[in-house]
Design a protein around this ligand. Sequence first.
Ligand code: R5P
Length: 312
Amino acid sequence: MTEPVTVFAVPGNEALAQDLANALNGEQGDLVVRQFPDGETYVRGDSRCQGNDAVIAANLFQPNPTFLPLIYAIRAVRDMGAKRIVLATPYLPYMRQDARFQPGEVITSRIFANLLSDELDGLVTVDPHLHRYAALSDIYSIPTCLGHAAPALANWINDHVEEPLIIGPDMESEQWVAEVGGLAGAPYTTLTKTRYGDRDVAISVPALDRWNDHTPVLVDDIISTARTMVEAVGHLLRAGFSAPVCVGVHAIFADGAYADLKDAGASTVATCNTVEHESNAIDINRIVADSIAVLLASEDSANEAQENNHAH
Ligand code: R5P
């Protein structure tokens, strides 16, 4: 039987914590987190959650400044007596350095996963960038549950775009666009991308003439420098398509990237609120809550099964 849930917010995550507490029928806990004038962090836990499951809402989109306060928050919640602590981070950072491309490079994804796994009992996120890792369990040793934005993207596309043609910017996105296309009942295709540097991307476009009367909808998991989308938008416009709609899960938008994408000729840019940004149009907090419920329930059943085995 799942325990009551207490949801704590690290500053900046109050709306997410509120939505999670509502959706999980839980209560909100008090955590005081503030900065001293010298930049160090002060944390005080102000609730009791003895025996409860605790969720910490802490989006790690900017991982370097948010990581240490999160660790202190986890320790505070442990001291308050939480039974299990699950982190809800709609965006999971440090997933893209998933290999050593040059000698001496640090595989930060593994180190980050180890640090979090040492502190937590579970982690929930939305569509992490799984490229060379097949699953989060390749690097995280704690239970994880992944929310999946594709159905929400497909709903948004159905509600806002006439005759969409779903386009993935690279071969990696094929499964992803196939799902969105299937759910939206729309044709889909993928382009070919070669990345030469952080801000240097080349895209080639297959023959798309048969869909010329459709509205192109570029779909990607992460929009970071937006070079991928900018290049793809340019190709589609030159191929005679109407202004493309750009849909992304994680609106990272590094310096100037959003303006670049608008200037390139995108008609609309719509993203999920996994990273707070003015393009957010698709709410995924419910998906995060559902994933937490699934994670806690599956751990409960695993524990019950283990207890039953011991009893026999
Ligand atoms: C890469 O494989 C991802 O799926 C995205 O295509 C990529 O992260 C987008 O990056 P950028 O916006 O910097 O081109």
